[in-house]
Design a protein around this ligand. Structure first.
Ligand SMILES: [Zn+2]
Length: 289
């Protein structure tokens, strides 16, 4: 498969998964002499070449896989959703939003963020909210707020191509990801529902490597959203078998991530617990830790 696809004035660089690092699709929009790069998350050499000039770099939300190559664009101006901008400007806000409170873990996380992911802090030149245009109306990039994954998590409608980016409503077999302190299950589900009603010819996510028609998209959205119910059912079944199970114990059953991937992986275990915690809260169930 080609590493990029062109549709009207947009070039999509497909994110590649290499080893444990996560990548996202990158969108390069050409408008006259202006180049706008949405989520520099890929590894393409062509993308790296763009960093020689002054561009506009736009992030859909604060997650590292969507801003892996931000650090290359030293001459560019940065734009982000208003609610996620503080986490891109400061690692402290980033870690707070993830929800790590333990000092030692915060240090470890910061070290991984800097040395393995090369994520850097950036001053944000401009922010955006739902229904606004990114940077300027003339570029035809309309914001569709899709909160839940993070508070500021945004999709975009690219008017020229009638293409809608639904970002991390990514239709994967894993299902919705709401493992940060700032994530919210119900809001995520509302955003999935919002996508069902978007009027657009084509749709694309940040992590799959194809473009969908609306017809193709709708059943996949249902399948994606159904993971939330599946997880909730599994959790309730476990608690039915033993209502005294603590959060730590519940997290060893592999309800969200598979059991094998959780072994010796404290980061995934952290997210497993965060996501289970949110399910328990949604169900109004209290457990010990
Ligand atoms: Zn994300």
């Amino acid at each position: 498969m080609e590493d990029h696809t062109k549709i009207e004035n947009i070039t999509i660089f497909w994110g590649r998964h290499k080893g444990p690092l996560i990548y996202s699709n990158t969108f390069v929009i050409e408008h006259g002499n202006t180049t706008i790069i949405v989520d520099p998350g890929g590894e393409s050499q062509e993308l790296k070449k763009l960093s020689d000039q002054k561009n506009f770099v736009v992030n859909t939300h604060f997650h590292g896989d969507h801003r892996r190559l931000n650090y290359l664009f030293t001459k560019s101006d940065f734009f982000a959703p208003e609610l996620d901008a503080p986490m891109i400007e400061s690692h402290k806000h980033f870690i707070d939003a993830v929800g790590i409170t333990d000092e030692e873990l915060r240090e470890q996380w910061l070290n991984v963020v800097k040395t393995i992911y090369h994520i850097t802090e950036h001053r944000i030149s401009g922010t955006f909210n739902n229904d606004e245009y990114v940077i300027d109306k003339k570029y035809g990039i309309k914001v569709i707020a899709l909160p839940g994954h993070t508070k500021g998590h945004s999709g975009f409608y690219f008017e020229n191509a009638s293409l809608t980016l639904i970002t991390d409503i990514d239709l994967t077999d894993f299902g919705p990801w709401y493992g940060n302190e700032v994530s919210d299950i119900d809001t995520f589900l509302e955003s999935i529902d919002k996508v069902r009603h978007i009027n657009s010819q084509y749709f694309i996510t940040s992590h799959s490597n194809r473009i969908y028609s609306k017809e193709q998209l709708l059943p996949l959205l249902d399948k994606f959203a159904a993971h939330v119910q599946r997880r909730e059912k599994a959790l309730l079944a476990l608690l039915k078998s033993d209502s005294n199970l603590s959060l730590d114990e519940l997290a060893t059953y592999g309800i969200i991530y598979s059991r094998n991937t959780l072994i010796n992986n404290p980061a995934l275990m952290f997210f497993e617990k965060k996501m289970l915690e949110k399910h328990l809260k949604k169900l109004g169930i209290k457990t010990g830790v």
